[in-house]
Design a binder for this molecule. Structure first.
Ligand SMILES: Nc1nc2c(ncn2[C@@H]2O[C@H](COP(=O)(O)OP(=O)(O)OP(=O)(O)O)[C@@H](O)[C@H]2O)c(=O)[nH]1
Ligand SMILES: Nc1nc2c(ncn2[C@@H]2O[C@H](COP(=O)(O)OP(=O)(O)OP(=O)(O)O)[C@@H](O)[C@H]2O)c(=O)[nH]1
Ligand SMILES: [Mg+2]
Ligand SMILES: [Mg+2]
Lengths: 291, 281
């Protein structure tokens, strides 16, 4: 693990001060660890610069192993970069609060919509799920089944396009005092102009208060490209990282936060809707990324 | 890369970056640049001197790494040929099955699908819609029933109807979930016991946007169901799929098919030459 490696290197150092020279070797180890963890290369570079500045600016505390102190600095810097977290979804007045889920194919949007609805139900809200993915075979069925599992209504309407489905759903929510409205959309490539135009139109008509980018924790270097493009096209308000119950190191968390500046609010931690969504914890994520 | 300019440290650094961004991972990058058969060694030996030679040298090395005896899909000596499809959640298994069925139909085969994902919401409905679009049969089971029993029924019906190829869909599962991996292993055993030599292919569907975790996935799935090939999906995006080199080298699993979109025609045979060229585009 990185901690043990650091202790070995620093154990050999007798200096009281962390110097530019002895920091270099450790930075190389951190670089490898971060790249192994799928943190995007440009993000790794920026991070190493930040950490080097922090480390060189610190006086080694008395009685503390300089290696240990350096590791603490790295963890802290990583956790701080991925935080802070505010996962509250305030009820907007006048309602309803509108939440849009967007992201690449298969990232976990539909399941996450249901998970979020369940979370909000438990907080006393009355969420409405909206089946605005009309192209994936049985996507509407999927959301309806999940909605039935958690006792949340699902809005769908045939023969119209996603932007209009969302408009009608919001009207339906208003008329039936349902809040928030969670809009499930089709998976799409950030380089698919037509599909990006469609989701922008959904956002334009629905005027969401929250726009979440749903990202698979296993995603590699491509995380920065897709996140940057989605962020440029949509006013993202947050990110949800899914499939964290696997063993992917999840460097995408740092990549996405760095490139978009948008907070990661929730973590998908299971296939089941019940218990499958937690508030995102930067400290836990920092440990995981550094291995 | 300057055609006549001399190779220098900066060139190596730029290539290194490109390899990282393509998801090669630090170990593989180290090997390709600093290893015995790497770029730096070739440079020292005088094998490559100009910048334009570097890319050609690297590409030929990469193409050689992907050379594999057989990239075609195995067929059974007599029908039905059985393909088992597995992988982590959301990688594109169900859609890839529809595309594969489409290819096999175009080649004149009679194809049958088995919807052995009995767990996920609307998984059976999803594959059923594809089977209707393809005009082929599908075997299904009760929700939450034993997926192995659906696979079993699939084989029986394939035999009854003189089917050339049976494709078995399974639920997405994390390789870290011991119970689910055991369930998958059981599905494979049921197929093997029912039809000697089956499944002719155990195909792991990997999401092309995955990073280094794809290697762990391949390792565990190989151990549990002896993966015979990979379907690498979503290469129509911007991800390059560089992890396949580590998978190929360490586990000797070949990529056989590539997904390049969400519709039936969007599945192509893996072409190592094209794949390597695309890495640097
Ligand atoms: N293990 C695990 N599986 C998850 C998680 N979130 C979603 N999944 C699974 O991932 C797969 C894809 O989830 P979906 O909700 O269909 O993904 P999607 O983004 O809506 O997919 P598209 O609409 O096709 O783009 C399903 O098998 C889900 O059960 C998670 O946090 N952990
Ligand atoms: N762009 C693109 N999308 C793809 C490709 N293959 C699959 N998809 C999309 O990825 C999403 C997930 O596909 P599925 O076939 O449901 O994936 P799965 O592995 O069966 O998912 P689970 O059964 O939930 O584990 C869908 O939106 C597909 O249309 C591909 O090659 N390119
Ligand atoms: Mg969906
Ligand atoms: Mg599926």
């Amino acid at each position: 693990s990185l901690t043990r490696r650091f202790s070995d290197i620093w154990g050999r150092l007798r200096n009281r001060k962390i110097t530019a020279g002895n920091v270099q070797e450790t930075l190389r180890d951190i670089r490898v660890a971060l790249l192994e963890a799928d943190v995007a290369l440009p993000v790794v570079k920026d991070f190493l610069v930040k950490v080097e500045q922090k480390a060189l600016g610190e006086e080694v505390l008395k009685g503390v192993n300089p290696g240990q102190q350096f590791v603490e600095t790295v963890y802290r810097e990583l956790a701080e970069l991925m935080g802070p977290v505010d996962s509250r979804i305030p009820a907007v007045k006048p309602g309803p609060t509108i939440i849009l889920m967007a992201g690449l194919q298969g990232s976990g949007k539909t399941t996450t919509c249901a998970k979020l609805a369940l979370l909000l139900k438990k907080q006393g809200r009355r969420p409405l799920l909206v089946a605005a993915d009309i192209q994936r075979p049985a996507a509407i069925d999927q959301l309806k089944i999940l909605g039935a599992q958690i006792g949340a209504p699902v809005f769908s309407e045939a023969d119209i396009k996603p932007p209009q489905i969302c408009q009608h759903a919001i009207r339906h929510a208003r008329e039936n005092d349902l809040d928030p409205v969670i809009l499930d959309t089709a998976g799409r490539l950030h380089i698919d102009e037509e599909m990006m135009r469609e989701v922008k139109e959904v956002a334009h008509l629905a005027q969401p208060h929250e726009i979440f980018l749903v990202v698979d924790a296993m995603v590699g270097q491509d995380a920065v490209r897709s996140a940057r493009d989605f962020n440029e096209q949509l006013e993202l308000t947050g990110v949800i990282l899914t499939k964290l119950d696997g063993d992917a190191r999840g460097g995408a968390a740092l990549s996405v936060k760095s490139i978009t500046g948008k907070p990661i609010k929730f973590a998908g931690v299971g296939e089941k809707v019940e218990g499958g969504l937690e508030e995102f914890r930067p400290e836990g994520m920092a440990q995981r990324i550094l291995g | 890369f300057g055609l006549r300019e001399k190779l220098d440290e900066n060139t190596l650094a730029r290539i290194e970056e490109e390899l990282f961004v393509a998801d090669f991972g630090p170990k593989m990058v180290e090997q390709l640049i600093e290893g015995e058969a790497g770029l730096r060694a070739a440079w020292k030996r005088g094998e490559i001197e100009q910048q334009d030679q570097v890319l050609e040298f690297l590409k030929s090395r990469l193409k050689a790494m992907l050379s594999h005896k057989d990239l075609s899909l195995r067929e059974a000596p007599q029908p039905p040929t059985i393909y088992l499809i597995a992988g982590v959640n959301g990688t594109g298994k169900t859609t890839s099955i529809a595309k594969l069925a489409h290819r096999l139909l175009e080649e004149g085969n009679k194809v049958l699908l088995a919807a052995a994902d009995t767990f996920r919401a609307a998984a059976v409905e999803q594959l059923t819609i594809w089977s209707q679009r393809l005009g082929i049969g599908i075997v299904t089971g009760e929700a939450n029933s034993d997926p192995a029993s659906v696979a079993f029924k699939g084989v029986e019906r394939a035999r009854q109807e003189g089917i050339d190829c049976l494709i078995v869909d399974t639920a997405g599962r994390l390789h870290t979930d011991k119970n689910l991996m055991r369930e998958l292993k059981k599905i494979r055993e049921v197929l093997a016991r029912k039809v000697p030599g089956a499944p002719q292919e155990s195909l792991l569907v990997l999401d092309g946007t995955n990073g280094q975790n794809a290697i762990q996935q391949a390792e565990v799935f190989k151990r549990e169901i002896d993966v015979s090939g990979i379907i690498l999906t979503k290469l129509d995006g911007t991800a390059k799929g560089g992890v396949v080199f580590a998978i190929h080298e360490r586990l000797e699993i070949p990529v056989k098919l590539v997904g390049i979109g969400e519709q039936l025609p969007d599945l192509i045979p893996f072409d190592p030459g094209q794949f390597v060229d695309a890495l640097f585009e």
